[in-house]
Write a protein that binds this ligand. Structure first.
Ligand code: GDP
Ligand code: IMO
Ligand code: MG
Length: 435
């Protein structure tokens, strides 16, 4: 059997916004294919190069390299209107030369999903998840309860009519029960057929394409959205998203064999952030949180919400590295920590008087966990222009070595600024892709 060493999964190992967009774009320069395999436009991936900043939500981050095939695979939930809007936005900024392939099996986010997302949140009375209100949860629910519309349906008018009628029969009951306005078949039908026509040139069986690329030895990068702690299976349930952002969901979400996926790069902020509600054992408040939030511009790409900020949590990282089989870590936003006098890293939790070194399953237990910290000396030097690991301040190197020790995972990349060029490669991409 052919040995595969040309695929790599980019996985967020915290609660999202770790810098996956930056790393996908950076690594993508040497890749042939970039694939989004889960999530939808709840993601906000920022890419900065040549003095320009771009924010992508559902379009893969390889779109700036004309030689890259960008794939939106079957595991995604796609809002066609939003995706078309993103493409328009890119075109207006001169990004016209790109290759895009959208899976005919990907789920469609419909307007009633967005309505229901808001309505379910409103009903939670103080226990809101703080979703992005993009309809993600309701769209995945419909997929699993088998009333979902798929991208391929939009270019098959008769079949789409049947699917939409069936879906609306059910959805209008729900909308009515929630006191919301019912949705009209004719209006939705016309609108979504039109989106289908715009997207038609991109729609195909992306599983066939991806397997061919992999078997031909092309370099394929899988771009995770969200992060392992937001995983529906392994995250801080119920404060999670509705898909699995782990490397394990690549085979299913992209239609490739599990044996083709054997390398994952964990994208990890040098500290921790979380946007939306839910447990966050190492959360900080006050001056230090504000200092980090301002230096790191920690405001949501999608919603503009200020992100919650905290110390690095090695317990969470070990959990994420185990679940996603992380081979190497990429430490992001390292420059933000300059000027913090004492850095703390959480090495364990105290739960009901006992020390534990794992993430407990229940929310009630996780909420009772108190972080146990080690302290590390900070550094004062700005590091955004450093391009060589050895040139980093001694305290910065010690902090990185400590992360490796606590997670038992080597660091391959250190990012010292948002720009493509502000990247310290410790292990070359080719080393990563052939390990
Ligand atoms: P993603 O969702 O994982 O792609 O991350 P986001 O794009 O939502 O958030 C990461 C933010 O950090 C973006 O504003 C990036 O431009 C920025 N960023 C990425 N890497 C670095 C870095 O090393 N230093 C600094 N200062 N900013 C970074
Ligand atoms: P990227 O790919 C950070 C969070 C939301 C909310 C929870 C559920 O940019 O890292 P959802 O709308 O998915 O039902 O919301 O998940 N969330 C993210 N947080 N980064 C993301 O994506 C996120 N996508 C969803 O804030 O707490
Ligand atoms: Mg983001």
């Amino acid at each position: 059997m052919q040995e595969i060493n040309n695929t790599l999964v980019v996985v967020g190992v915290q609660w999202g916004d770790e810098g996956k967009g930056k790393m996908t774009d950076y690594l993508g320069q040497k890749a042939d294919v970039v694939v989004r395999y889960q999530g939808g436009n709840n993601a906000g991936h920022t890419i900065t190069f040549g003095g320009n900043k771009y924010a992508l939500q559902s379009i893969p981050s390889g779109v700036f390299n004309p030689h890259i095939k960008n794939v939106m695979a079957n595991g995604m939930v796609i809002n066609p209107k939003a995706a078309i809007g993103e493409l328009e936005g890119l075109k207006q900024r001169g990004i016209t030369d790109f290759q895009l392939f959208i899976s005919d099996r990907a789920a469609v986010i419909m307007p009633y999903h967005i309505e229901l997302d808001g309505a379910y949140e409103a009903l939670k009375g103080g226990k809101q998840i703080g979703t992005t209100k993009k309809g993600i949860g309701p769209a995945y629910c419909d997929k699993y309860s088998r009333v979902g519309i798929r991208i391929g349906d939009l270019i098959d008018p008769e079949y789409f009519a049947e699917r939409l009628r069936d879906a609306l029969t059910q959805k209008n009951v729900e909308l009515r029960a929630l006191g919301l306005e019912e949705m009209d078949f004719d209006t939705l039908y016309k609108e979504f057929l039109a989106y289908g026509e715009v997207l038609r040139p991109y729609i195909c069986d992306t599983s066939i394409l991806l397997n061919k690329e992999i078997e031909e030895g092309k370099k394929v990068l899988f771009e995770g959205a969200q992060g392992v702690m937001l995983c529906i299976e392994n995250g801080t349930y119920p404060f999670v998203t509705s898909s699995s952002p782990t490397a394990a969901s690549v085979p299913l979400g992209a239609g490739v064999a599990p044996r083709y996926i054997n390398r994952a790069l964990g994208i990890c902020k040098a500290y921790t952030t979380r946007v939306g509600a839910g447990p966050f054992p190492t959360e900080l408040e006050g001056e230090l949180a504000d200092y980090i939030r301002e230096r790191g511009h920690e405001y949501g790409t999608v919603t503009g919400r200020p992100r919650r900020v905290g110390y690095l949590d090695a317990v969470g990282l070990r959990h994420a590295c185990r679940i996603s089989g992380i081979n190497y870590l990429s430490i992001m936003l390292f420059d933000v920590l300059t000027g913090v006098e004492t850095l703390k890293i959480c090495t364990g939790y105290e739960l009901d008087g006992k020390v534990i070194d794992y993430v407990p399953a229940t929310l009630s237990a996780l909420e009772r966990c108190k972080p146990i910290y080690i302290e590390m000396e900070g550094w004062k030097e700005e590091i955004e222009d450093v391009r060589d690991f050895d040139a980093l301040p001694a305290a910065a190197k010690a902090y990185l070595r400590k992360i490796e020790e606590l997670t038992n995972t080597e660091i391959a990349v250190v990012s010292v600024g948002p720009d493509r060029t502000q990247t310290i490669m410790i292990k070359d991409i080719d080393t990563i892709s052939t390990r």
